[in-house]
Design a protein around this ligand. Structure first.
Ligand code: N2P
Length: 430
């Protein structure tokens, strides 16, 4: 009887556990990348739609590679994550993604089909030649990589080239994104600009260039910027620009929009440019990793993120551009203060002359000089090794001083301890 009760208790515990997990949705997203009030709203909406309870456990990351390693190496059971394009490609190539299936979501509340921009679907198809990434991922936000600058100190001309990060005028005043691929690509584009102009190499080929020579050239360039770089940041760059502590920041367009608006409220002017040599266009998309434990709730969550009013709130809160091409999203962005631009590539034929922010929706001319990054497979390790050499090399004088002070204190402590011991020993003897 006792044995039977023990088995029954164990079975009950296992059932309770799995029930619990059915009521939990683990979301892993970039930091500052959502209007957090939409999370409790999702929990209530999910209950209304399905009759089931759900609790969202929301965690954030700042670096793509950190997120990937938790899933690839740690097999963590996140249900929904939001990697960038080249990481989605890697996850597809390594079988880490679950195919998406929205067929169980009723028509009236299914926001997937009508809300994807044709442009986003097209660039998603470029991710992998054999597998359509649209079957495994739903685009969330997108943008460009460029330069945020303070025009009080930096001219438009100076900011029109990536070399602004090495301009001797900006000693200790440049912030770099702590994102290895998103720094590598612009620097390589800058270094290979003559080959690009002469057609010796294409932008897409450059995005796949993980050769030792190119990595070494980028490394040497970044080390030569050492005196200018005041830090490598994941999320404090926009704030430092707003407060005028830095004057140049290699950054993403969404951080630029956020910083420009915050700075304006403080009376500081900031601008954003995509340098003339060309840049990287990127997007991040929702995926369900292979180790997910609540695929059903994950599917509902991704669908909810595509509801136009939710997409607009996420956009307004973060400064980033939703990948949602619905008319409501376009209407929410129209403002008389902007000059009309052609965004038909994103919103369709009706949108050839609309007054939207060009930092958010780059012109066709900017898009044409940008390309998507692609997975490097095993060569990624070479990039990450170069990255730590560059950042290590760039540790500030303050860091060295702190290390020396701490080591001296530790040494001092042990010397005085030894002296005290010696003193006690001598006293005993007497
Ligand atoms: C926002 C992160 C944006 C990610 N903090 C751009 N790929």
């Amino acid at each position: 009887m006792k044995k039977f009760l023990m088995i029954a208790a164990a079975v009950a515990a296992v059932c309770a556990c799995s029930n619990d997990r059915d009521q939990v949705l683990k979301v892993y997203n970039w930091s500052d990348y959502i209007d957090e009030s939409v999370i409790p709203e999702f929990e209530s909406w999910y209950k209304e739609q399905t009759g089931k309870d759900i609790r969202v456990v929301y965690q954030t990351f700042d670096v793509n590679e950190t997120m990937l390693s938790k899933i690839e190496k740690g097999h963590e059971d996140f249900d929904v994550v939001c990697p960038s394009d080249y990481i989605i490609e890697r996850m597809l190539n390594t079988g880490l993604l679950t195919p998406l299936d929205f067929s169980s979501i009723p028509d009236g509340v299914n926001y997937i089909a009508n809300n994807k921009s044709p442009y986003m679907q097209k660039i998603f198809r470029e991710i992998n030649k054999e597998i359509d990434a649209n079957d495994y991922s739903v685009p969330y936000m997108w943008g460009t990589t460029g330069i945020i600058y303070n025009p009080k100190y930096v001219t438009d001309e100076e900011a029109s080239t990536w070399d602004v990060i090495r301009n001797p005028k900006f000693k200790d005043a440049v912030l770099m994104k702590d994102a290895p691929r998103d720094v590598y690509s612009p620097v390589l584009i800058y270094l290979k600009q003559d080959e690009l102009k002469s057609g010796k190499v294409t932008m897409n080929e450059l995005m796949l260039d993980s050769s030792d020579e190119s990595i070494a050239e980028v490394e040497a360039y970044l080390k030569s910027c050492k005196e200018n770089i005041m830090g490598w940041e994941a999320d404090f760059g926009k704030d430092q620009m707003t407060k005028e502590r830095a004057v140049v920041s290699l950054n993403w367009s969404g951080d630029a929009v956020w910083a420009i608006e915050e700075a304006a409220a403080l009376g500081v002017e900031l601008k954003y440019a995509v340098p003339r040599e060309g840049s990287n266009i990127w997007f991040d998309g929702w995926v369900i990793p292979k180790y997910a434990k609540n695929v059903s709730a994950a599917t509902w969550f991704i669908n909810f993120m595509c509801r136009p009013d939710i997409a607009i709130r996420n956009m307004d809160e973060t400064g980033y551009v939703s990948a949602n091409g619905a008319r409501e999203v376009l209407d929410s962005q129209i403002d008389e203060e902007f000059d009309p631009i052609d965004v038909s590539y994103f919103f369709g034929e009706d949108a050839t002359e609309v007054r939207v922010n060009e930092t958010l929706y780059p012109s066709k001319e900017i898009i044409e000089r940008c390309a998507l990054e692609h997975d490097w497979g095993k060569d990624t390790d070479k990039l990450l090794a170069m990255w730590s050499r560059v950042k290590g090399d760039n540790a500030s004088m303050a860091t060295y001083i702190i290390i020396i002070v701490v080591l001296s204190l530790i040494a001092g402590y042990y010397v005085s301890k030894r002296n005290r011991k010696g003193h006690k020993h001598n006293t005993k003897k007497h």
